[in-house]
Write a protein that binds this ligand. Sequence first.
Ligand SMILES: NC(=O)c1ccc[n+]([C@@H]2O[C@H](COP(=O)([O-])OP(=O)(O)OC[C@H]3O[C@@H](n4cnc5c(N)ncnc54)[C@H](O)[C@@H]3O)[C@@H](O)[C@H]2O)c1
Length: 367
Amino acid sequence: MSGGPVGVALVGAGVISAEYLANLTAFPDVRVLAVADLDAERAEAAAERHGVPASGDPATVLAIPEVELVVNLTTPAAHAAVAFAALRAGKHVYGEKPLTLDPAEGRVLLAEAEERGLRIGNAPDTFLGAGLQSARRALQAGVIGAPVAATTVMQNPGPESWHPSPEFLFQLGAGPLYDIGPYYLTALTALLGPVARVAATGRRARSSRVIGSGPKAGTVFGVEVPTHVTALLDLESGPSVASTFSFDSPVRRIMVEITGTEGTLSVPDPNTFAGPLQVRGVKDEDWRDLPVTGTTVGRGLGVLEMARALRAGVPHRASGAVALHVLETMAAIADSAETGEFRTVASTAPVPPELPADWDPHARTLG
Ligand SMILES: NC(=O)c1ccc[n+]([C@@H]2O[C@H](COP(=O)([O-])OP(=O)(O)OC[C@H]3O[C@@H](n4cnc5c(N)ncnc54)[C@H](O)[C@@H]3O)[C@@H](O)[C@H]2O)c1
């Protein structure tokens, strides 16, 4: 396909598809042509709600020639199979996190895409939002001097109270490390560069949980992964990071602080696209607000940026390489938590270039 908006199909019409569909159908540079799901009725309902012309099972949707890019919003255990099927149908793929369940599968996926001359993009795309882009500009402007260390905390009671099908969030490919960790680890990579080695511990407060909403409310299900993970990370560029990822706390707390030679930057929640952004210099008595500029539109920005990059023939920012590095980091953390030993992270990742501050998702740039 040549110029014009990029034809997109979604595979997976669950909870998160609503945000993607709302945003992608409002971007002039992409055209959402179809929605697929194993549950055909769910796909049809989502397509109807958002004025998408076609729906069906994944194979039917992958056979549509005008679909150039498949957005894979299935649950983690299906990410690889859906992505490979899309590549084999000649489509580029943008997937939800994590890239795949394990790094070996992720490496094969990226290699197959490259062989076929196709691209892999991956969530999270929150680092394209105003909050994290502004944090990056502040770091580059030297507001904290040279970065030395960072602390990140993500703790809450877990998603089973609000997600109607939360079982997958406590299985391989999720838990707080794999489900929420990608936001923090991608933000660290985008702000400070890739991870070199890790050490970690992991615990599980309860071996079962209870679904809190929807038709399955009251159902008890098993917890298969650690639900409280604490990690130490050495970054390639020098800073050391202490990170907590927990679904075991009744207290909700989110913190990302980067400390440098001249002060500390308080970075917005990396699971969001907006601010606030604050700095506290070594002589300051309190935090000072910093300007936050850029887009706060939400999930789907990575798909749009990838679509535009595809047409321009330049690398896209929410890349498979970053997602693979984040996945390798999470696997190293999980391994360290089991063995009690430091683990090196074999891969590195290209730090995605900054987005221009006036980058406009609603502009028509592709004819
Ligand atoms: N729910 C959130 O708030 C949220 C936020 C950000 C990212 N995500 C990510 O988005 C992905 C989906 O999460 P969700 O909450 O929407 O899950 P969900 O369970 O609500 O929906 C997943 C959908 O995928 C479909 N599906 C599963 N395997 C499939 C296959 N092989 N082919 C076609 N369809 C298939 C299911 O039928 C279901 O409709 C996950 O990777 C998750 O980490 C979710």
